[in-house]
Design a protein around this ligand. Structure first.
Ligand code: NAD
Length: 649
């Protein structure tokens, strides 16, 4: 149908979202036209991009000259000229159906026949906008989050008539921006993330309307008991109560009285100085960890899970995409489908049914898909199946891995939105992977953090207030599993490597870091000590005074210092890093496997034994190796002055 190569784009609207989207695209190398209705508006947008690029450059978050990026952006007021050569037009004009329809009709007339037209709408239907064009199959939703430069998620959404190739091209485009796309397959207003997040704020409002809970208690319970990054009232104040109000009102959804009355009084949240909390005359957000007794947190989560179930059941989105969306777009520590599977979908269903019975309100009507799951016994993780299938342990949410033919197992800590901080689930996934992968196929393991900011910033402390002490024990178990893994392990550190992140690297055999990396044990600042073997492994590595200094003072070391102290094998310049790691891996995958395994074993076991015991361990190992084919090959290669070709025996 189309040659969907996207090379140039036009962004319509230079406001909060438009200028950010233009900036992101220009950073990724696209030529961008930024258009607004008046010269000074589009200039404002351009200046904001200039400012933002300077900031990124100051913080070393782009590796290009800001001027080169700016040179790819041109500003225009004339719509026809702006879209004439664009392969993709992204509209980020005000959230008003008529305005958007007019824009789309004009774009349709002025652009090429195969130009893809995308809307950044937050709450309108794609199809309602597409109707204004003669080519609805070329119209899609492309929903960036605020601010686009920082937020990694983009929802790519289909209207009823959107061509599959347009969605594919949209997904590919988003990936080329180094962002994470999720697919929204059907035309639901608000797409995925805001649909699931709406009841978080809405249901809290309804609970407050009933009159027997305090704002602070609800927020504290969701944050400190359930691990959400903000409480529902806090979040609503942050985003603006008017935004919440309008997104519900236009679809005739019931709105809590506590929200509509504040909107009427123009207490819209942070931006007006007052919402649920008072920011000007009061203390602002003022809940404490000890608040939140007796709050029915399940009531709020049940509604979010129900919303997710509707989306899955209606084939709008997959659980995986919903969960990635909620993590990256909603800032949640875990995806909502995953939460449902952990809570038990039967428990969730029962809560909804109780509420429905008590109030008769439509919003508690259980989704057909949720009912179906429960009726089939698919009640979640404990039952082996829920939104996800756990029969093989379930999907990995927080790590990804790849095992190459030559035997390199690459493990990526894949939680960039939290600087790859370790939750209990994430520890468990690392452990499960190492326990289930076939060791015979693995020659070495390389651990790395996603993105270029962190290996891992530590254990996820949002989980700490929620976790049982027994959960926290999984830190130690995982670290030990890494330490005892029979094959050589390599920590590839680029960025922050703190707390549990450092402990994991200490359990690895070899440690390399880029020069800009920072290593440390900040646990003391939380009133804790390292809990994954950090104190014990450090003291063996760097001695008592340095360990104590690191731990007592929560110090961070530069990579050079860490190399000096002997924590790192090497600190490496950033542009030599990949090559350095490749060389190490090369040696490990091509080396004699049994000898490497025995070497690891005798070095580790001998360390804490007496010298005599250590020497006899080594002698045993040596004796064992003297009979292998690898040894014969090694000796033969040496005699013939060639590279050995080890068969792994
Ligand atoms: P904004 O008010 O900051 O910017 C809108 C810009 O569009 C203004 O500069 C306005 O002058 C311009 N404009 C008006 N008519 C236009 C036209 N005919 N052609 C081109 N430009 C025109 O709004 P925003 O926050 O950037 O939101 C833009 C869109 O993105 C909305 O649909 C909104 O729902 C959506 N969105 C917003 C957020 C957010 O958090 N702000 C997040 C995701 C999506």
């Amino acid at each position: 149908m189309m040659d969907a190569e996207i090379e140039s784009l036009a962004v319509l609207g230079a406001g909060s979202m438009g200028h950010g989207i233009a900036e992101v695209a220009a950073i990724a190398g696209y030529d961008v036209v930024l258009r607004d209705i008046e010269e000074d508006l589009v200039e404002d947008g351009y200046e904001q991009i200039e400012w933002s690029l300077e900031k990124l450059a100051e913080k070393n978050q782009i590796d290009q000259d800001p001027d080169d990026v700016l040179a790819r952006i041109s500003t225009m007021v004339d719509l026809e000229a702006a879209v004439a050569d664009a392969d993709l037009v992204i509209e980020a004009a005000p959230e008003d159906l008529e305005i958007k329809r007019n824009i789309f009709a004009d774009v349709d007339a002025a652009s090429g026949e195969e130009t893809i037209m995308a809307t950044n709408t937050s709450s309108l239907r794609v199809g309602d906008i597409a109707e204004a064009t003669d080519r609805p199959e070329y119209v899609c939703g492309m929903h960036f989050f605020n601010p686009p430069v920082k937020m990694d998620l983009v929802e790519v959404a289909a209207g009823e008539q959107t061509a599959a190739a347009v969605i594919d091209a949209g997904v590919e485009f988003v990936e080329s921006l180094d962002k994470t796309p999720i697919r929204v397959r059907k035309d639901v207003p608000q797409f995925v993330v805001n649909n699931v997040l709406t009841p978080f704020m809405g249901e809290a409002g309804f609970m407050y309307d009933e009159g027997d809970v305090e704002i602070q208690d609800v927020d504290a319970a969701m944050v400190f008991q359930r691990g959400y990054p903000m409480g529902p009232f806090e979040l609503n104040d942050f985003g603006g109560l008017d935004i919440f109000y309008h997104s519900r009102e236009q679809w005739d959804d019931p709105i809590p009285e506590s929200i509509s009355s504040r909107v009427d009084a123009e207490d819209l949240g942070r931006k007006t100085g007052k919402g649920f909390y008072d920011y000007d005359d009061g203390e602002g957000v003022n809940y404490e960890p000890t608040d939140g007794e007796g709050i029915d947190t399940l009531r709020i989560e049940a509604r979010m899970i129900n919303e997710a179930a509707k989306l899955v059941g209606d084939d709008v989105a997959d659980p995986e995409d919903i969960d990635i969306g909620m993590r990256l777009g909603g800032g949640l520590p875990e995806g909502t489908c995953r939460t449902g599977d952990k809570l038990g979908l039967d428990t969730v269903l029962e809560k909804l049914r109780d509420l429905h019975e008590r109030t008769g309100a439509e919003r508690y009507e259980p989704a057909d898909y949720l009912v179906e799951l429960v009726e089939n016994g698919h009640t979640g993780e404990k039952a082996g199946k829920g939104f996800y299938d756990y029969s093989d342990g379930g999907p990995y949410h927080y790590i990804s891995h790849e095992l190459t033919e030559e035997g390199k197992l690459h493990v990526l800590f894949d939680r960039e939105e939290r600087l790859n901080a370790f939750s209990t689930d994430m520890f468990n996934e690392v452990q499960r992977l190492l326990e289930t992968v076939d060791d015979e196929d693995v020659a070495c393991v390389v651990f790395e953090g996603a993105g270029d900011r962190a290996f891992s910033a530590g254990a996820d402390i949002t989980g700490f207030t929620v976790a049982e002490p027994t959960d926290l024990a999984s830190v130690d178990e995982t670290v030990q599993t890494i330490y005892e893994y029979p094959r050589p392990t390599v920590a590839k550190i680029d960025g922050f490597c703190l707390g549990a992140g450092l402990e994991i690297t200490l359990a690895c055999d070899l440690r390399y870091a880029t020069e800009g990396s920072r290593l440390g044990s900040p646990e003391i600042d939380l009133g804790l000590i390292p809990g994954g073997g950090g104190t014990q492994r450090l003291v063996r590595l760097v001695g008592e005074p340095r360990t104590k200094e690191l731990v007592y003072r929560g110090m961070q070391l530069s990579a050079d210092q860490a190399e000096d102290w002997g924590i790192l094998n090497r600190a490496v310049e950033a542009d030599e890093f990949e090559e350095t790691i490749d060389d190490v891996v090369d040696d490990l995958v091509n080396g004699p496997q049994t000898a490497l395994e025995v070497a690891k074993q005798v070095i580790q076991e001998g360390q804490d034994a007496s010298l005599d015991t250590g020497l006899s361990l080594e002698a045993q190992g040596f004796g064992l190796l003297a009979t292998t084919d690898d040894m014969l090959e090694g000796v033969a290669a040496f005699n013939q002055d060639r590279e050995p070709d080890f068969g792994g025996d």
